[in-house]
Design a protein around this ligand. Structure first.
Ligand code: 4AD
Ligand code: MG
Length: 476
């Protein structure tokens, strides 16, 4: 019977005949194959009776060759493993040329591995990250399903710019060498596929709001696209976003939901990804030890994850945060790239990370931001200048969640749209929600890759998505 390496490593049914297939990780002393099949980070040791094995066959057992093995599961004589397989029969399913195979059994830089993104998942680090990503994704669906949410599939092609930031990829079937123009020289989109200008979505929020107004609690979990030209370790042009949207919930409820949700999914991977996390923890600690003392994380990866699960997030208003930042050392000594002088300033990642890593030393939820630096749909406070926005800030990451209580009052929303020059006609359906049974409602967006970054301790967002899309890079 064919079993996975994960199953066999757990098994104590010794002397059973087993069959398994996988890829050679290493082959040592013409005798010991470390075999991996992706089911776990651990390899199983397969021991060959090399005196009775054909020489040409032995030569074909090379790193990354695909092989099939039949043998007997036995208690291991050697150190480092509990069980091993005494091989009776070995078949090469797919040869691999060791001279040409780019992934050698040595440490490669992440830059090099990004250029070989089709093969990098064969390394311990990337297979651990991607298994964890998969489990985390399952935990997201599990959390919302258990809490009465419906999964809502937001459209990917859309006519609206939810964030009003204009960072969108156009979707068009017009011939770019022969674009139809109007009399005034502008592109005639009536000739385009959808007879209007369309883009890849930057957020499913506006559509999710429509469904929350009937189904009560919904969430999206889908690809999101932003044509931001920012080459940072936290930005992708294509990323996955989780966006819950809940009717009759205010901003306090929204903060509770975000905190409870994040804690649940982190706890879930702590409980279900032990081997991978142990490996990633070791990698993280080793990497941190190469950094200068001041930049080093005070906690190991596992300590960081447990810390998030066990401690309350600190809730701080934007106004309080600005006071802290204005008076902090790096601001006074002009160590920040962007100096905070006055209320109203937009916070950069250096400020967010100062608050989280140096000042509060725990995850922080900032709320009630100035209306001028946030999107049009956020509910205006009675002070007339702040909105019911919230951002969750995480150590090492900065902003991981952005959300808000939505403006549910028709008149106020129309006023805001006018002020920002957003066409009411384009968003007629969004305004309809405020005409027919409007209600207080809130939601947020969590960048899935930033969450995976936090959970795996990987410092570059390009290393937590299989095939990263960034400016000037869409290989594979
Ligand atoms: O703060 P953002 O722009 O909020 C929204 O899009 C809202 N419509 C969400 C909502 O209320 N339903 O984005 C939300 C999160 C950010 O906090 C960040 O984690 C992630 O999405 N994000 C990105 N992740 C990777 N690459 C990018 N370019 C990202 N831009 C945003
Ligand atoms: Mg944001």
């Amino acid at each position: 019977m064919q079993k996975s390496v994960a199953e066999l490593l757990q098994s104590d049914q010794f002397l059973q005949e087993v069959q398994l297939k996988g890829w050679v990780r290493t082959f040592r002393a013409n005798r010991f194959i470390a075999l991996n099949d992706g089911s776990t980070i651990k390899n199983i040791q397969c021991v060959i009776d090399f005196e009775n094995t054909d020489d040409t066959l032995l030569k074909r057992i090379t790193t990354s060759a695909a092989i099939s093995i039949s043998g007997t599961l036995v208690e291991s004589q050697g150190k480092g493993q509990r069980v091993e397989i005494n091989v009776n029969r070995i078949e090469i399913l797919g040869d691999s040329n060791p001279e040409e195979y780019p992934i050698q059994p040595k440490k490669h830089s992440f830059e090099f591995l990004r250029e070989n993104a089709h093969l990098r998942v064969r390394t311990n680090t990337f297979s651990a990250v991607m298994r964890l990503r998969s489990t985390l994704s399952f935990a997201v669906h599990k959390y919302f399903t258990e809490n009465g949410f419906y999964n809502f599939h937001a459209p990917i092609i859309t006519g609206s710019d939810a964030e009003g930031a204009g960072e969108m990829f156009q979707v068009s079937t017009l011939d770019s060498n022969n674009i139809p123009k109007n009399e005034d020289g502008k592109v005639d989109y009536s000739k385009d596929f959808f007879a209007k200008e369309t883009n890849l979505t930057v957020s499913g929020q506006l559509e999710a709001e429509t469904y929350a107004m009937s189904l009560g609690k919904v969430y999206t979990f889908g690809p999101t696209f932003r044509a931001e030209n920012s080459n940072t370790t936290r930005h992708l042009a294509e990323f996955w976003m989780i966006e819950p949207e809940v009717a009759f919930m205010d901003l306090d409820g929204n903060m509770d939901l975000a905190e409870d949700f994040i804690k649940y999914v982190i706890k879930y991977v702590l409980d279900h990804c032990k081997d991978d996390l142990e490996f990633l923890n070791e990698r993280f600690v080793k990497e941190e030890s190469t950094k200068p003392q001041l930049q080093r994380s005070e906690m190991s990866l596992l300590e960081k994850l447990n810390f998030v699960v066990d401690n309350q997030f600190k809730r701080v208003s934007y106004t309080e945060a600005i006071d802290i930042l204005r008076n902090c050392k790096p601001n006074k000594k002009k160590k920040f790239q962007y100096i905070i002088n006055e209320w109203g300033a937009d916070l950069q990642s250096e400020h967010e990370r100062f608050l989280v890593e140096k000042h509060f030393k725990c995850p922080v939820i900032l709320f009630d931001y100035p209306a001028t630096i946030k999107a049009f749909y956020m509910r205006l406070n009675d002070d007339g200048k702040t909105v019911r926005a919230m951002d969750v800030l995480f150590p090492g990451i900065g902003e991981i969640v952005g959300g808000a209580q939505r403006e549910e009052r028709f008149d106020v929303l129309v006023e805001k749209m006018k002020a920002l020059d957003i066409d009411e006609k384009e968003l007629w359906w969004y305004l309809d929600l405020r005409k027919f049974g409007t209600a207080v409602h809130s939601g947020f967006g969590l960048g899935f890759e930033r969450l995976v970054q936090f959970a795996t301790g990987m410092s570059n967002i390009r290393d937590v998505i299989p095939f990263p899309r960034t400016p000037q890079n869409a290989e594979f």
